[in-house]
Write a protein that binds this ligand. Structure first.
Ligand code: COA
Length: 433
């Protein structure tokens, strides 16, 4: 039988496909902008057929209706990252959060800490050999598909065909053809504070560096200040539209990369149609599973790699809280520690935590004497390297507790420095100079 015949034999509707999910199953949903929206909608519509179906997902960009209170008898959400559509459910204890480094999520599936019953995924149309690209998400989506007892795939003719991660038609159990625009993430607004932070971070980026950037206004602001740099490369969890401009300007050319020279390596992508057109059939962009891309032992092979991430709070010892505000789970660890570890092990590597000096419209200092009660430390004080705000750069590696406290106070918002100095002087029984 040709792969085309196999494909035809597996075609079904979303409504029928989700009937293969059974009560008590664990269902892993394709990640971020690759979320298979038609399958998720059909699964929610079919809720009366299910009891206690566990939905495992990370950055949820769809409606997350399975996390609504009225869905409780049918679904329970197990979040590997918490976002706008799932935060309320997690913090009201109607959904769970499972802490795990992004690079280790595939192990949860492969080593059966979380055995996968069903993977709901979205892929590109098959090529002439019958291979569909994982499009915008290889990360845990590909490993989950390899472990699942049943793979149900939306084949969306608008999903870009990216390089690196493919699934053959023979490995999919049920196929649903769809055609709708892929979820987009609009570029964030970049204000004056983000610009000042971006400019400070850019001072640490040397020509020939390889970059890892997170999501949001600060990473995008950094890119604005890299236009005069040369020969930059990308090895990152993800990238967004901002990178495309620097590639087109010849600033990012990946020529000096010491691993995957000439290629941008990522595990997922989020952006607008502009990004999706750029990565479609682009041989210089490769997506691979997150247990490879984010593995610190892989990251460290990129000499001169510089990772840029953000946080919620940092105390005077350099402990970084990035995912919770007190007991409230705000987001997740994501790839932050994967890259901080990888960059610190790499030759000439640097890791940056870049933050506005205050939060809550200037009412709270993000640099605090102590972390809030209930907060989780995301990056330990042993791993922290640079902290950057709009007021400057604090280099903490190799610095004593006393020295790092002083360096952090010097980049705090001036309104909060007296309070921080008082705490520093009390702790070290020394006059602050
Ligand atoms: N005390 C009280 N509230 C705080 C706070 C603090 N110290 N720090 C932040 N907040 C509030 C903000 O005021 C804001 O509330 P609002 O939306 O009501 O204004 C909210 O928390 C979010 O803060 P903000 O810093 O604007 O969020 P962000 O969207 O820029 O995301 C992180 C910042 C740290 C949450 C995000 O980078 C993250 O999740 N990091 C961990 C994962 C990671 O690094 N992945 C790496 C690769 S993608």
């Amino acid at each position: 039988m040709s792969w085309q015949d196999v494909y035809q034999s597996k075609l079904t509707t979303a409504k029928d496909a989700v009937k293969h999910i059974e009560s008590g199953n664990r269902v892993v949903v394709g990640h971020a902008c690759s979320e298979p929206l038609a399958l998720v909608d059909a699964m929610v519509a079919n809720k009366d057929q299910y009891k206690d179906v566990e939905i495992v997902h990370m950055v949820a960009m769809g409606k997350s209706e399975y996390a609504k209170p009225e869905m409780a008898p049918h679904f329970r959400h197990n979040a590997l990252f918490v976002g706008g559509t799932t935060r309320k459910a997690v913090n009201e204890a109607r959904a769970d959060y499972t802490p795990c480094f992004f690079t280790e999520i595939p192990r949860l599936f492969k080593e059966e800490y979380l055995p996968v019953d069903v993977a709901l995924i979205q892929v590109s149309r098959p090529d002439e050999h019958g291979y569909c690209s994982f499009g915008l998400s290889s990360d845990y989506t590909k490993p989950a598909s390899e472990c699942a007892k049943i793979v149900i795939a939306e084949v969306n003719d608008q999903m870009p065909r990216t390089m690196g991660s493919f699934i053959h038609i023979s490995e999919i159990d049920h196929i649903v053809e769809t055609s709708y625009p892929i979820i987009e993430l609009q570029p964030p607004k970049i204000g004056e504070i983000e610009k000042a932070i971006g400019e400070n971070c850019a001072k640490l980026v040397e020509d020939g560096a390889t970059l890892q950037l997170g999501i949001g206004a600060i990473p995008d602001a950094v890119l604005l200040f890299l236009k005069d740099k040369k020969d930059l490369g990308i090895h990152s969890e993800m990238f967004s539209d901002g990178v495309v401009e620097l590639v087109e300007a010849g600033v990012i050319n990946n020529k000096k990369k010491t691993l995957h020279e000439g290629k941008m390596i990522v595990t997922f992508l989020m952006g607008t149609k502009r990004l999706y057109d750029f990565v479609h059939n682009n041989p210089t962009v490769e997506l691979h599973p997150v247990d490879y891309v984010n593995n610190p032992c892989v990251v460290m092979q990129n000499e001169n790699i510089i990772s840029i991430n953000s946080c919620i709070q940092v105390d005077l010892m350099g402990q970084i809280v990035s995912e919770s505000i007190g007991l409230k789970q705000f987001s997740g660890v994501g790839g932050q520690v994967d890259y901080i570890r990888g960059a610190s092990m790499a030759k000439r590597g640097k890791s940056i935590i870049a933050i506005p000096s205050t939060a809550s419209k200037g009412k709270v200092s993000r640099i605090a004497p102590f972390i809030d009660e209930g907060s989780a430390v995301t990056t330990s004080r042993n791993d922290v390297h640079y902290v950057v705000t709009e007021y400057g750069i604090a280099q903490l590696r190799g610095k004593s507790l006393k020295e790092r406290g002083r360096a952090l106070i010097n980049i705090a918002h001036p309104d909060f420095r007296p309070m921080l100095i008082e705490e520093w002087e009390r702790r070290f029984d020394t006059k602050f100079e």
